[in-house]
Design a protein around this ligand. Structure first.
Ligand SMILES: [Zn+2]
Length: 212
């Protein structure tokens, strides 16, 4: 069974599919965001450097992220993993290819610009139990309007999910991921799955892919 790299717009469903893969097949979910957060919390010299870079709104250099990834892969030994947020550019993609050789699939959960925006601005979270809902996706709507199914608390939108910020974030991501998609298209590793399908159907397609 191969490792999986997700490349998709925010809210395309990476989180849901990752969780299903972790639960059913014991994949380890590795996200760049988590790697950086852990590195910051480790309170080393590197922590400070990373925190400063992020606070200034700059991107953490590839070299640092590559090292964090390699250390994580050593830690999980031979377990299968899902990469989320890595690679973020061609340089990282080349680096990854040296590590993984042929042993991965790249899955693009495809939704378009407008769909990504609709999904993000319709995302609601329960402040009490942290469960995430989505008013634009039938399977993820709360049973009662704006009320958490589990604890009956009123749902809220996330602060950074306002329209202007979201639009900018999506436009940037589209630009960034296109060269990666082109690259993986050329090397034959890219599999595109319609992100508008029901999440069980998407999962079924991913399972089929894992059998190859
Ligand atoms: Zn709740």
């Amino acid at each position: 069974m191969k490792n999986i790299i997700f490349i998709a717009l925010p809210a395309a469903g990476k989180g849901t599919q990752s969780k299903m893969l972790v639960d059913k097949y014991d994949f380890i979910h590795i996200s760049t965001g988590d790697l950086l957060r852990n590195a910051i919390n480790a309170n080393t010299e590197l922590s400070l450097k990373i925190a400063e870079t992020i606070n200034k709104g700059n991107l953490v250099p590839d070299e640092i992220i590559n090292n964090l990834l390699v250390n994580k892969l050593k830690e999980i030994k031979n377990k299968r993993f899902i990469l989320d947020g890595y690679p973020r550019n061609l340089s990282q993609a080349h680096y990854l290819e040296k590590i993984l050789a042929d042993n991965y699939w790249v899955i693009n959960l495809k939704i378009d610009y407008q769909q990504a925006i609709d999904r993000i601005i319709n995302r609601r979270i329960c402040p009490k139990c942290n469960r995430v809902y989505n008013l634009s996706i039938n399977a993820l709507k709360p049973k009662k309007d704006n009320i958490c199914d589990i604890c009956q608390h009123e749902l809220v939108a996330r602060k950074d999910d306002n329209l202007e910020v979201v639009k900018k974030r999506i436009a940037n991501t589209i630009e960034n991921i296109q060269e990666l998609l082109d690259y993986y298209q050329k090397n034959g590793k890219l599999k595109t799955i319609n992100g508008n399908d029901d999440y069980n159907k998407i999962f079924y397609k991913i399972e089929k892919l894992l059998e190859e």
